[in-house]
Design a protein around this ligand. Structure first.
Ligand SMILES: Cc1ncc(COP(=O)(O)O)c(C=O)c1O
Length: 453
């Protein structure tokens, strides 16, 4: 049931301007231009306060996997609030939805990932994953294993530990000093990092860098490597198919845990239920969030291998980590029907088909454009990379404000995407149809031409 409209668009924008501080926004630009206030969602569409309709071609923030307006999720939240609004999972307490969700996740993740702790989002999940990795080694009598390997262009969230793992310089500016103990490796970003190399040579180069880093830092000082199966916010970096197959044995040989950050990839987006399945690998620890509730309510968590869970549970002492909302009954109750929809509607398979179709359409429409350097994607994570010159791959001058211009042009063309100074990131809900995909591809191509000529 839609709520009666009680607001006035101009007033809302003015109140937003006066009282809101927007994340990941140019605050001065929001002050100047006013926010786009979103008031309603249905399927792949959202509407702003002025009545304009957009295709939500970024799924909120890569998270509204089942699309907007699913009644089953609203009903699950309402029913759970009436039964039990909140109970913690601290002090040995538990609740029915958190138990049901853990058991369900154990059937979904590949073995041996069977044990879970919940959080409220991605950064909290990565903090938890990193702390569990350190704690595991500490319990094993190897408390010197504390360092974390991550990658440039990797994004793991803005809390201090997750931020330290994040390899995108802009997120660090003005927020120093950084948490020590984090080492950033080269991203498997073929467009710029594999110049003149075959795929095998590129992978060999990345493996060699990993081996040299481990030798330099000392395997007995490294707890874990954290990585997104496909890097999202850093620029949709799709690694070569055999990349993870080459990285994982090096980590195993050196007793370094692998943490897959499935915050974007998880729950269908890459064309498999989990990104790790798209690469045929299993990590020791996995972090997730976003798609587990399709963003309807905040929820994240970590899964861990039986070996790690047994080590933690074998210690007869307090485990001093967790959040007030770890295992929130309402959030877990919403996750269950969300996962049912993802499974029943076979959304990972749709993401695979739709991603391949959209990638093909974007190639058709944009490959000949002189400013489109690279079009790439896996499942429904895609990016159109803009350059000033295809030969030199030079980026636009920051003063040109490519991101701002692309954002404005795509909105004018009825699309919400993520415009950045690299180009346009696209990640529609996993329910998209061919008709939506054609509209997205044409809107993106038109916007690139409008901005770049
Ligand atoms: C791969 C990845 N990890 C972690 C996060 C952080 O999640 P949150 O914003 O929920 O803290 C994000 C958010 O975009 C993400 O893309």
């Amino acid at each position: 049931m839609a709520l009666a409209q009680t607001w006035n668009a101009t007033e809302l924008i003015e109140l937003d301007r006066r009282h809101m501080l927007h994340p990941l926004s140019n605050l001065a630009a929001v002050e100047r231009n006013g926010a786009t206030v979103i008031t309603r969602g249905d399927g792949v569409y959202i509407w702003d306060a002025e009545g304009n309709r957009y295709i939500d071609a970024f799924s909120g923030l890569w998270n509204v996997n089942v699309g907007h307006g699913r009644t089953a999720l609203a009903e699950a939240a309402a029913a759970q609030i009436q039964d039990l609004d909140f109970a913690p999972t601290f002090f040995g307490l538990s609740n029915v939805p958190a138990i049901e969700l853990s058991a369900k996740l154990a059937t979904m993740f590949p073995d041996p990932i069977n044990t879970f702790q919940f959080t409220s989002g991605g950064a909290e999940s990565n903090e938890t994953a990193l702390k569990i990795a350190r704690y595991y080694w500490w319990l094993k009598g190897q408390g010197g294993k504390i360092k974390v390997l991550s990658r440039k262009m990797g994004y793991h969230g803005i809390a201090m530990g997750a931020l330290a793992a994040t390899g995108i310089p802009a997120y660090h500016e003005g927020f120093g000093p950084q948490v020590p103990g984090f080492v950033h490796l080269t991203a498997p970003y073929a467009y710029r990092n594999a110049e003149g190399l075959s795929e095998d040579e590129f992978i060999a180069m990345l493996v060699k860098e990993l081996e040299e880093t481990i030798a330099r830092e000392g395997a007995d000082t490294i707890a874990a490597m954290i990585g997104e199966p496909v890097q999202g916010a850093g620029g949709v970096v799709v690694p070569p198919d055999r990349y993870w197959d080459a990285i994982v044995p090096v980590l195993k040989a050196n007793n370094i845990l692998l943490i897959f950050d499935e915050v974007i990839c998880g729950f269908g987006r890459t064309g498999s239920m989990f990104g790790m399945q798209s690469y045929g690998q299993v990590s020791d620890i996995v972090s997730f969030a976003k798609g587990i509730t399709s963003g309807y309510i905040p929820l994240g968590g970590v899964g861990m291998s039986d070996e790690i869970a047994e080590t933690l549970k074998g210690a007869d002492r307090m485990f001093m980590h967790g959040f007030t909302y770890s295992g929130h009954p309402v959030a877990c109750a919403v996750a269950l029907p969300n996962i049912r929809i993802i499974e029943e509607e076979n959304l990972p398979a749709n993401a695979k088909w739709a991603g391949a179709y959209l990638l093909g359409r974007l190639h058709d429409l944009l490959d000949d454009h002189p400013n489109v350097g690279n079009v790439r994607g896996k499942g429904l994570m895609l990016l159109v990379e803009i350059v000033t010159d295809k030969q030199t791959k030079a980026k636009t001058d920051p003063a040109f404000n490519l991101g701002g211009k692309l954002t404005a042009a795509t909105r004018q063309n009825g699309l919400i995407v993520r415009g950045t100074n690299d180009g346009i990131a696209i990640a529609p809900p996993l329910i998209v149809t061919q008709e939506h995909l054609d509209t997205i591809a044409e809107g993106v191509a038109a916007s690139v031409s409008e901005v770049m000529g």
